[in-house]
Write a protein that binds this ligand. Structure first.
Ligand code: TEU
Length: 558
């Protein structure tokens, strides 16, 4: 049973009784790149433990670790060989337990990432399957099928991997002849599990218990809409009725997650199940957030929005409505370990995000991008519900776009035949201090360089160099998070749109707080207010300039 930690401050004072996950600020840690305690150039749990005071002082409520389990790292840890252990490069289980407990002492909850769609091709189950004949029970945990064509030389269907290329790879039988094919919606080193197999279901429910027993407060569910496949494995059509796509958002998922809910609820009522659901249709998305299923999900609709007032307003409005219908808290996400850093994205002519559009050599104005990213941060932190921050976002890090090709790691890059720069650019190790790489990421006497090279011009972006500088992005985040904790109407709760010019977003939280964001080219008048609580860039002649957000104390009516 998880007990409420005494020192835990409520994410929203207006909601003392509301569960923590309705209004939390959740900080995503990509363990490889957060802090390196051992000096081998890769981040680890010792590094995170040493930086816990930084996270506490930043003012977050929880950390989400992307997978920290043993993994060949073919997809940055999303290729897991053992869900009940820690990758030796990161530490060990004992250290994870210490970390979870120490974080909790500081008022920080821990969320772990569970990857149920697939395992590593080095997972014992897959080894067993490869060593077993066609039709065997061991192969039944995955999707093995004979090929099409005279000699089975064609994949069983035309599904395309999320990383590009075919979603099937052919195996070789023990005698050296070509064998069956297996399904992988991601890289070939990530074979998909068959969720129709009872052992797959039992195994995952047991993995949840394993981590809940160690004090974690929530689970982030990777690729949560993809687990279930139509067993007939039909080709994908142009249009599918809701729930009838062969592998996206199938209705059987609801029952799987109801099972997970029951496991979580057996520990009390404050464990969070958070879905990574990339779904275009808001009402289908919201079905996962009904009572008895998941608690919350990442709001990718908001994340992919361009820097455009109408589009953002529409996304915020729709998000708020569909979540209210099912009683779930809204979430707001600007970045994560998969997408282009906002400072870079908002500095381009196309400020939306899509995996397909990523290209080398896209012209970027980083000054403009940073200005907008800072305004977007204040917008996000003022909206109702939960906020997800990705490590380095609080430093205003840009995407690193000049990683030497030989050092790139991301399968998305390689499977696009080098057309897509991949996701390494948002995974570059954090700069903490000093003037040159590794910027305090590794100890001074480290043997190895960071696993991805850090830019030579990041001295001004380190935690050390931004600390105490009132205009720095780090201090903007610190101030915003402090206010978010102190002001009773931020976090979970209602919002009210205020009248504004078309290119301005303005809304109130409670009777005396307003957030105003100017996305247009010209300065605008601020609404009547007592004083400015926080602002992402200086006022211009008393007006709110372009690409700037302000938090205002307004007078309560009457
Ligand atoms: O990402 C999943 C993901 O991005 C896709 O499911 C998404 O739907 C698709 O690319 C959109 O076209 C998660 C992790 O966040 C990512 O790092 C992993 O590589 C991936 O799962 C596989 O585990």
């Amino acid at each position: 049973m998880i007990s409420e930690h005494a020192g835990q401050s409520s994410p929203s004072a207006s909601a003392e009784a509301a569960p923590w996950w309705r209004g939390a600020v959740i900080y995503e840690i990509y363990p490889r790149s957060f802090a390196d305690g051992s000096g081998d150039g890769t981040g680890d749990l010792a590094g995170v433990r040493a930086r816990l005071p930084y996270l506490r002082d930043l003012g977050i409520d929880a950390v989400w670790f992307t997978p920290w389990y043993p993994s060949p790292m073919a997809d940055g840890g999303y290729d897991v060989t053992d869900y009940r252990a820690i990758d030796p490069g990161f530490g060990d289980l004992r250290e994870a337990e210490l970390l979870i407990a120490e974080a909790r002492e500081m008022g920080i909850r821990t969320i772990v990432d569970v990857v149920p769609n697939h395992v590593s091709d080095q997972h014992p189950w897959f080894h067993e399957a490869l060593g077993s004949p066609a039709g065997s029970a061991a192969r039944g945990r995955f999707w093995f099928r004979p090929g099409r064509g005279a000699d089975g030389e064609l994949p069983p269907n035309a599904w395309v991997s999320e990383f590009g290329g075919p979603a099937w790879t052919r195996t070789t039988d023990p005698d050296g002849s070509p064998g069956e094919w297996y399904l992988h919606l991601f890289a070939p080193s990530q074979p998909d599990l068959n969720w129709g197999h009872p052992e797959v279901r039992e195994e995952h429910e047991d993995v949840l218990r394993f981590w809940f027993d160690r004090g974690v407060a929530g689970i982030r569910i990777d690729s949560a809409a993809l687990l279930v496949k139509d067993p007939k494995l039909p080709d994908v059509a142009t249009l599918h009725a809701p729930g009838e796509h062969p592998y996206v958002d199938r209705d059987e998922l609801q029952d799987i997650y109801r099972g997970w809910r029951a496991v979580a609820d057996s520990y009390g009522d404050d464990l969070a199940l958070i879905g990574e659901l990339w779904l275009p249709e808001a009402t289908r998305f919201a079905r996962y957030l009904r009572p008895g299923v998941l608690n919350s999900a990442f709001n990718f609709d908001f994340l992919v929005c361009p820097w455009d007032a109408d589009r953002l307003r529409a996304s915020i409005q729709q998000t708020t409505e569909v979540h209210a219908e099912v009683g779930a808290p809204t979430t707001w996400v600007l970045s994560n370990h998969d997408v282009t850093r906002p400072v870079t994205r908002y500095g381009r002519s196309d400020t939306s995000f899509s995996f397909e559009a990523k290209r080398y050599g896209t012209p970027t104005d980083l000054w403009l991008g940073l200005r907008r990213a800072r305004a977007a941060a204040l917008l996000t932190m003022a909206l109702p519900g939960c906020v997800y921050l990705y490590q380095g976002e609080e430093l205003g890090l840009p995407e690193v776009e000049d990683i030497p090709p030989g050092l790139l790691q991301d399968p998305m890059h390689f499977r696009s035949h080098g057309v897509d720069p991949g996701r390494d650019g948002c995974r570059v190790p954090m700069p903490w201090s000093g003037d040159t790489p590794p910027y305090g990421f590794s100890p001074d006497d480290a043997d190895d360089e960071p696993w991805l090279p850090q830019p030579a011009d990041w001295a001004g972006l380190t935690v050390e160099s931004q600390t105490g500088i009132p205009t720095s992005t780090l201090e903007l985040y610190r101030a915003a998070l402090r206010l978010r904790r102190d002001l009773p109407n931020l976090g979970d709760g209602p919002m009210t749109w205020l009248p504004s010019a078309p290119q301005v977003l303005a809304f109130a939280r409670g009777p005396d707080f307003a957030c105003v964001v100017n996305l247009g080219p010209d300065p605008v008048e601020l609404p009547a207010h007592d004083h400015v609580l926080l602002i992402s860039a200086a006022l211009k002649g008393g007006r709110l300039p372009a690409d700037t957000a302000a938090w205002l104390r307004i007078s309560a009516p009457g």
